[in-house]
Design a protein around this ligand. Sequence first.
Ligand SMILES: [Ca+2]
Ligand SMILES: [Ca+2]
Ligand SMILES: [Ca+2]
Length: 326
Amino acid sequence: MKFNSQRIIPLPSAIALTMAFSPLALASSDGVVEYSGSGSITQGVAKTIESNIFECANGRSRVAGIGEITDAEGNVWTVPAKNNYATGPKAVDLYEGCANITPKSLADVDQDSVPVVVIDPDGEEVTGYIFADNYFELYINGTLVAVDTVPFTPFNSNIVKFKVSKPYTIAIKAIDWEENLGLGSENNRGKKYHAGDGGFIASFSDGTVTNADWKAQTFYTSPVYDLSCLKEEDGRRLSETCTTEGTDEGQDAYAIHWQTPDNWMAEDFDASSWPQATLYSEDDIGVNNKKAYMNFIEKFSGAGASFIWSTNVVIDNEVLLRYEVK
Ligand SMILES: [Ca+2]
Ligand SMILES: [Ca+2]
Ligand SMILES: [Ca+2]
């Protein structure tokens, strides 16, 4: 992690100044932006590495690409985030329109056929019900148990089973996917650069639910059009005054990246410095018209679970969640 002040030059100015002045003059010229936070800044669109990792066999989906973008110090960042979609164990679908899996309720789901991932052979069997906007990876005691089957859209939901002894640790990588790689946005609501929102909710048969007792830290924030809206307090990476308005001119947006700790999912990782999760309502996330959620609502809000995310559900796009089940 780095705490050095960074000097960020907006792209149009950088091009103009490079032509007229030496690099040293860049640092002291008008248009240079100071950023003294703990993240690393990139600006503009990422290079596409994977054009689309998901094909919807039945219906429509947003293009789910993966990109890379380099910051001023030469560090390469994967956007929207590094993930295990290609190789990770896929969760069983509760509802997945692209695969024609569209049960009207839990009664139409063959839960007995869901395979059990064994963490502890003498542990308790736990069933989990998960809905992510847009993508999740689930670790139990550091073992990758399941990854979401649909990285971006359409909205889907999943069921998982694992056998584990208490206490145990749930660690989740949640990604709010993006169409405009590196820019944290998608073509939506009549704007070419609309910042979509995230959100994660789950309940487990041992009574565990997502709530404010979970930890949530952001590792990728975008779009940001004015770096002065960013703040950090007590480990919290805040952006509450940053605009979330869509625009047709979002191509020069900034993104802030933080390195995820190698062992963030491990049972013994110390997340005590991470902020508590922020709660969001069903209206905030906009799930009232999503069958992948509503058809199983008794396992989500009906089970006492809440939507959680970091402090900014719109522009925080990679969020790591952790919870210890006692
Ligand atoms: Ca998904
Ligand atoms: Ca989203
Ligand atoms: Ca977003």
